[in-house]
Write a new protein. Structure first.
Length: 195
């Protein structure tokens, strides 16, 4: 096991009252969280979202991406459903980190797309490690999920790691004039299902 559960608390939000669970990666001390709504232990498959950290979209309301919109839509849908879990996967900027993400933004400002910018900085198009999320599900005793995602790679990786995907639920939200190219590249180069 590469990750351990540290603590939990109540987290009232505008969507409803969640339980906030904190996890820590043993090797590097990185932190991740789960937001649990309702009683997930009674569910044969749990409505869930793996949301990778995006400070600019989630907290600063950036229109460059669809991340903040997806976070809000996911929490809202989970609350409406009556139960579910959102894993907040703290791998900022497809896991290149906040400062490198700002560097990538700068390259995008001069004409590169998101994939080209990451590669120019010496990274892969997507550096995220979703095995951490499979371990979080295991620690929460979740074996089957209905996953809110447009990313088929998440499904593939989770299934390889023993999490059964009962259903993929699209989450196409937040399209605007500022993120049109970003979404086009997500679809064309990263295989996201946005149509």
């Amino acid at each position: 096991m590469r990750i351990k559960k540290i603590s939990e608390s109540k987290l009232p939000t505008k969507f409803g009252d969640f339980i906030l669970v904190g996890f820590k990666e043993i090797s590097n001390g990185n932190n991740h969280i789960a937001l649990i709504y309702g009683n997930i232990s009674q569910e044969s498959s749990v409505l869930s979202r793996i949301h990778s950290e995006c400070l600019t979209g989630d907290a600063l309301f950036s229109l460059r991406c669809d991340c903040g919109f997806q976070l809000e839509a996911s929490l809202s849908k989970i609350a409406q459903e009556g139960n579910g879990v959102l894993l907040y996967h703290r791998q900022e900027g497809r896991n290149i980190g906040l400062l490198n993400k700002i560097r990538a933004y700068n390259l995008q400002d001069i004409g590169l797309d998101t994939v080209e910018a990451n590669i120019r900085l010496g990274f892969k198009a997507d550096e995220r490690d979703f095995s951490v999320c499979a371990e979080m599900y295991n620690l929460l005793s979740i074996k089957k999920v209905r996953l809110l995602t447009n990313n088929p790679k998440k499904l593939e990786i989770l299934e390889k790691l023993g999490i059964e995907i009962v259903e993929r639920i699209p989450i196409v939200v937040g399209r605007n004039a500022k993120n049109k190219e970003y979404l086009k590249i997500k679809e064309k180069k990263l295989g996201h299902l946005l149509s």
